[in-house]
Design a protein around this ligand. Structure first.
Ligand code: MG
Length: 168
């Protein structure tokens, strides 16, 4: 057991997260912590920020601390319409309770419309502030689904994230 603990100090841990939310009319579109002008928004118990949710799951997975639904149930009144930036901040505090800090994140948003690329600098700036890290630690990419599948038909959006965490 001692050997594993010693190794933990020198070896970073990797985590992976995936999330999907339906796109509907009458909802604001929140992505990467910012509000984007669009005729539809993501549906969910919280603000349904699919990118932040994927990042939270990656961070929790890296720390072996279950997932976002375990810590912030989508049945709880406390998380109804909650700003996902609050969940991300709490997730950073959760992994810090096990002695971890963020190394880096690499994430991809899958959305047919609107164009995500122009919003990426603002997302990075916002998330760096929430996680109290450098923008260079956060990579956000975007792709369409070439009109195929649920994202391609604009029925929803998906996000994937991997992260690395290190012992502080
Ligand atoms: Mg979600």
């Amino acid at each position: 057991m001692k050997k594993v603990n010693e190794m933990e100090r020198f070896f970073p841990r990797v985590g992976y997260g995936y999330d999907v939310h339906r796109l509907v009319e009458g909802r604001d579109l929140w992505l990467g912590g910012i509000k984007i002008d669009h005729e539809m928004g993501l549906l969910g118990h919280s603000d349904a920020d699919v990118l932040i949710h994927a990042i939270c799951d990656a961070l929790l997975g890296a720390a072996n601390m279950r997932d976002i639904g375990y810590h912030f149930p989508d049945t709880a009144a406390s998380t109804l319409d909650i700003d996902s930036k609050i969940l991300l901040r709490k997730t950073i505090e959760l992994i810090a309770s096990k002695g971890y800090v963020l190394g880096n994140i690499d994430a991809t948003i899958v959305a047919e419309r609107p164009k995500i690329n122009p919003h990426i600098p603002a997302m990075k700036q916002c998330l760096a502030e929430v996680m109290d890290c450098d923008e260079d630690q956060i990579s956000i990419k975007a792709t369409t689904s070439e009109k195929m599948g649920f994202a391609g038909r604009e029925e929803g959006m998906a996000a994937y994230a991997v992260c690395m965490i290190v012992k502080s």
